[in-house]
Design a protein around this ligand. Structure first.
Ligand SMILES: *Cc1c(COP(=O)(O)O)cnc(C)c1O
Length: 400
């Protein structure tokens, strides 16, 4: 079958909730992927940061294969020999007290919303049904009804009402707005340290520190959604480290499995997650031995193979090169580590055509919103490969 045949299958039988670039991939290794025609591409998106460790990392694949033959699912009705080790290694690495394993990122977000609300009622004494959670404009936290209910993106909400109440939206990057929005019923502030889907929006220096101070002062839980910014993407294990702060709750997912399996987690201090009693929350697949084994090795290679430091180094290198491009289309280059957005002027005609032109030259990246090109390659990328990609990026941005 050819590319077109695969696309027809998707068009005929699939829901149309995505508009992917027309490349049909069949194999991946490290930073490279191959399509069904045998063409090779450098993956400069890394599955929205789910394959930070590179495609089909051999060590993760090996552990997964071994675990596949041993035990995959027990449900939480019984214990398994991977979960405790996963908890310990994850908590030690991230300086968390307790962790709650889930599957998708959205489930981690939902789980922490349940936890902070319950904490608000049982510990803070907020009147039942009155808990408020503050979130940011242009947030992205997933696609469930509750989560899109507090999105400011019209398309994410359109046609899905009624939504879950109890959320208040403030501008991102504005600590004074947070302080002003807090009431006696506020339980938490949920934010992305760098807004990803909004177009790689980096908040002003000192913002996270201010947020930390305010959350502590008013005794509300600071929740950082690091599902995309975490696990080395921005050049630190967690993006909050750039400002030396620790959130009360941190959400991770995506690269937690190196792209092999859906694994997410809520990382928390003892106080908030400690609120859950047996039966309060659950997930059939959450914490299963296959997920735990895969996540343990995915974290191990991330740290042991120096991917976090490499992200910082290669990110700086790429950013500097991108800032040197002389193109009338570029409005701004921004980001941190290997999490970089190039915003184009509206006159450039949208980022998509630039992504398509890069694809034709063997480089896969994706527009984020209309005018931003996101560059987020696997964190194992080396200088030579950045140079290779940069040649193509520069050519496209200066000749199109
Ligand atoms: C991807 C993402 C999510 C949702 O994760 P899913 O696994 O797609 O449910 C939540 N928050 C952020 C910041 C994300 O980037």
């Amino acid at each position: 079958m050819k590319t077109q045949n695969y696309i027809e299958l998707e068009t005929n039988y699939g829901a149309k909730n995505y508009k992917p670039l027309d490349v049909v991939l069949t194999r991946g290794q490290g930073i490279w992927v191959w399509d069904v025609e045998g063409n090779k591409y450098l993956d400069f998106l890394a599955s929205y940061s789910a394959v930070n460790q590179g495609h089909c990392h051999p060590k993760i694949a090996e552990v997964m294969k071994t675990q596949l033959d041993r035990l995959t699912l027990t449900s939480r009705a019984f214990r398994n020999d991977q979960l405790g080790l996963f908890y310990k290694e994850l908590c030690e690495l991230t300086h968390s007290h307790v962790a709650l394993p889930m599957n998708s990122g959205a489930e981690a977000v939902e789980s922490c919303i349940k936890a902070v609300r319950k904490w608000g009622y049982k510990v803070k004494g907020i009147p039942e049904g009155q808990a408020e959670i503050i979130v940011c404009a242009n947030n992205f936290h997933g696609r469930t009804i509750t989560i899109v209910g507090f999105s400011t993106e019209e398309q994410y909400r359109d046609g899905y009402a009624p939504f879950t109440p109890g959320f208040k939206i403030i501008p991102f990057g504005d600590a004074a707005a947070l302080e002003a929005a807090i009431t006696s019923n506020t339980v938490a502030f949920l934010l992305e340290p760098i807004q990803g889907e909004a177009g790689i929006i980096v908040p002003p220096e000192g913002y996270l520190r201010e947020v930390r101070r305010i959350c502590t002062e008013y005794d509300i839980a600071m929740i950082t959604d690091e599902i995309q910014t975490g696990l080395g993407r921005t050049g630190k294990l967690l993006a909050e480290e750039h400002e030396g702060v620790e959130a009360d709750i941190t959400l991770i997912g995506k690269a937690l499995s190196g792209g092999f399996y859906p694994v997410s987690a809520v990382l928390s201090n003892k106080e908030v997650l400690g609120i859950f009693q047996p039966g309060d929350h659950g997930s059939t697949f959450g914490g299963n031995p296959l997920a735990c084994a895969v996540a343990r090795i995915a974290l191990k290679v991330l740290v042991e193979e120096g991917m976090i430091e490499n992200s910082a180094k290669m990110g700086d290198y790429l950013m500097e090169k991108l800032r040197g491009i002389r193109s009338q289309h570029i409005k701004e280059v921004r980001g941190r580590g290997l999490f970089i957005g190039v915003e184009l002027y509206p006159e450039a005609g949208g980022a998509r055509r630039f992504c398509e032109a890069m694809m034709a030259r063997g480089l896969l990246c994706k527009e984020t919103h209309k005018h931003v090109i996101r560059f987020a390659p696997p964190l194992i990328i080396q200088k030579d490969d950045i140079d290779w990609a940069f040649e193509r990026i520069e050519e496209v941005l200066t000749t199109l």
